[in-house]
Design a protein around this ligand. Structure first.
Ligand code: GLY
Length: 596
């Protein structure tokens, strides 16, 4: 059985006949990529075949969908053994941190949305990184007060926030775990010690990022052993990571935040040559994830629910869908320019609100409920009544209890991150988006064998404009605004879909469009994820290269949009929950859905 290279998967889908495989050159990935997943059980190979055929995976009892087959198999084993979705998440996350280290891991943060089958209720866990207590609003400015270039901020210690993922895993397990904590680390620990096969995607990204990955010796030694980039199919070990996992498995996640592991993080952040950070042992010791109420928006008789502030995800996805609820987009074809006009301008209006109002609501007053209020969104949707693209958009005036005159945000987010969807045999549903921010994060490898995030660059580098402060500016202890949109769609009080994606601020468009594809255009869950993307955040319509979306550039320009044809590498993983479970994995990446 050959490993299904991403480009082959895409070519099998008619909508992706000419798609190139993301930023990773499939030729560079090479045939040896077959070794990456060759040892996995038959059920994994069957799942890869379903994805290649553009068909969802079906199951009765449980299902897990994530970005790497090795990680999915680890989660499947936990679910098979009677583990809950929270147990499976720990196994999936710890393996992802090894085999997909560029996207997420112990050194990063995550947001988790949970449907509790016994209680019939939704809640969320916020495992977002925090800014160090010694950080100032000028963290990403030069001595003249000018914002740094993006990567000047990213690479090094300056961008590293207090990691949240280990504490989030612990909290989720404490609340909802069935199985013994320590056993959940077995697969990741064994793979780290004995070695895992480097996937084509990891190899391709390492090859492309040589200049940044070789700036710090521990990172260079891991990804460029002997000076040569790791290649697809190479066996890679990470004994430091195995040791860290064993410590967390036996002592709990608390050990990550104090003692040797924490000191290793602080030393490497504060000692980062030419770009040190201010993260301290105190920041780690006081870190705590936060349980928060889910934010929901009404859409087509459903409630689309997800992560509220500090993520802008659920609010912005909810605003887009809530505006479109007032339109008849379902009567149009998905590639009708009129459907895209509605989607594009609803997105631009939602991003205008996001830019002005959305940040960490523990630090800045936010009109959270007003932003997804159905009447407010109906009034915003009136702006969509014309025939052409809106010449310009600005933030609206949602209902809120106390006013604050903000300036529009100026933060930059580039795509990385990973999404996991899980349903367990008891009917609990987990939707978690997890990240170290940029691909390979800050490029700093902690002595504990994991990459450290650059999440602080999700803050606005500028602090104010025309005398008005920017809501998402850096403040000590604050969580940077996110676009991560882990989502659970509810209908008649029951979950019907778990979905999310990586992709920086395009996450919002990927998730909203996939939900529209599924709900309005009737696509099955695999088709909904694989359908070509068109994303509009700030005016320019991004149209997915190598797909029929390219042909819409002309018609959209005639409506008044600027357009750009480009790769749009989402990583959507979704599970549709009905009489059976139906799972989908984004054909643009290496992941699968697996169930029983
Ligand atoms: N760093 C990606 C996000 O939080 O949206």
């Amino acid at each position: 059985m050959r490993y299904l290279l991403p480009v082959l998967v895409l070519a099998a889908h008619p909508l992706h006949a000419q798609q190139s495989a993301d930023a990773v050159d499939p030729e560079a990935a090479s045939e040896t990529g077959a070794e990456a997943f060759a040892d996995l059980p038959e059920r994994v190979r069957a799942a890869l075949e379903r994805k290649e055929a553009g068909e969802p995976v079906e199951a009765q009892d449980w299902m897990v969908a994530a970005a790497n087959p090795v990680a999915v198999e680890a989660g499947a084993k936990v679910l098979e053994a009677g583990g809950s979705a929270a147990d499976a998440m720990v196994a999936v996350q710890t393996v992802l941190g090894l085999v997909e280290p560029q996207s997420s891991g112990l050194g990063g943060g995550a947001f988790l949305v949970w449907y509790d089958a016994e209680e019939g209720a939704l809640t969320t866990l916020d495992g977002r990184e925090t800014a160090p207590l010694d950080a100032t609003p000028q963290l990403f400015q030069d001595e003249d007060g000018e914002p740094l270039e993006f990567y000047e901020g990213v690479v090094g210690g300056r961008s590293v926030g207090t990691p949240g993922t280990p504490a989030l895993m612990q909290m989720a397990h404490d609340k909802w775990g069935n199985l013994d904590w320590a056993g959940l680390f077995d697969d990741a620990t064994r793979l780290a010690r004995e070695g895992f096969a480097v996937s084509p995607r990891l190899a391709g990204l390492v090859d492309e990022d040589r200049d940044r990955l070789t700036r710090f010796s521990a990172t260079a030694d891991y990804f460029y052993p002997g000076g040569e980039a790791i290649a697809a199919g190479d066996t890679l070990t990470n004994t430091a990571y195995a040791d860290t996992l064993e410590a967390i498995a036996t002592e709990g996640a608390g050990t990550f935040y104090t003692g040797e592991i924490a000191q290793g993080i602080v030393d490497i952040v504060q000692g980062a040559e030419s770009n040190p950070g201010v993260l301290s042992m105190t920041d780690l010791a006081i870190y705590a994830p936060v349980e928060r109420a889910a934010v929901c928006a009404a859409y087509r008789g459903r409630d689309v629910c997800g992560m509220g502030p500090p993520s802008s995800g659920a609010l912005t996805v909810g605003q887009i869908l809530g505006m479109l609820d007032n339109t008849d987009i379902a009567s149009l074809a998905p590639d009708d320019p009129e459907a895209l006009r509605l989607l594009g301008d609803a997105s631009r209006l939602a991003f205008a609100d996001r830019g002005l109002y959305m940040a960490d609501s523990d630090f800045v007053p936010m009109p959270t409920e007003g932003l997804v209020d159905a009447d407010y969104l109906a009034s915003r949707a009136e702006l969509l009544a014309g025939d052409d693209a809106l010449p310009e958009v600005s933030a609206g005036d949602p209902e809120w209890s106390h006013a604050m005159d903000w300036a529009p945000d100026r933060s930059i987010e580039l795509p990385s991150t990973s999404h996991v969807s899980i349903v367990d045999a008891d009917g609990n549903v987990l939707s978690m988006t997890t990240t170290i921010e940029n691909g390979f994060g800050s490029r700093l490898m902690a002595p504990g064998g994991f990459l450290l995030n650059n999440e602080l660059t999700d803050f606005s580098f500028a602090t104010h404009e025309d005398g008005r402060p920017i809501a998402n500016r850096v403040e000590p202890g604050k969580r940077p605004r996110s676009s991560m949109s882990p989502t659970i769609v509810m209908q008649d009080g029951a979950p019907v879909l778990a979905i999310g994606s990586p992709g920086g601020s395009r996450i919002i468009g990927y998730v909203a469009q996939a939900i529209i594809n599924h709900v309005d255009f009737g696509m099955n869950v695999q088709e909904a994820l694989g359908a070509p993307h068109a994303v509009n955040r700030f005016g320019t319509f991004d149209l997915e290269a190598g797909t029929p979306m390219e042909e819409l550039a002309g018609p959209l320009q005639e409506l008044g949009f600027e357009t750009e044809v480009r790769d749009l590498t989402s990583g959507l993983h979704a599970i549709e929950i009905g009489e059976t479970l139906r799972g989908g994995a984004d054909p643009r990446r290496e992941g699968i859905a697996l169930g029983q």
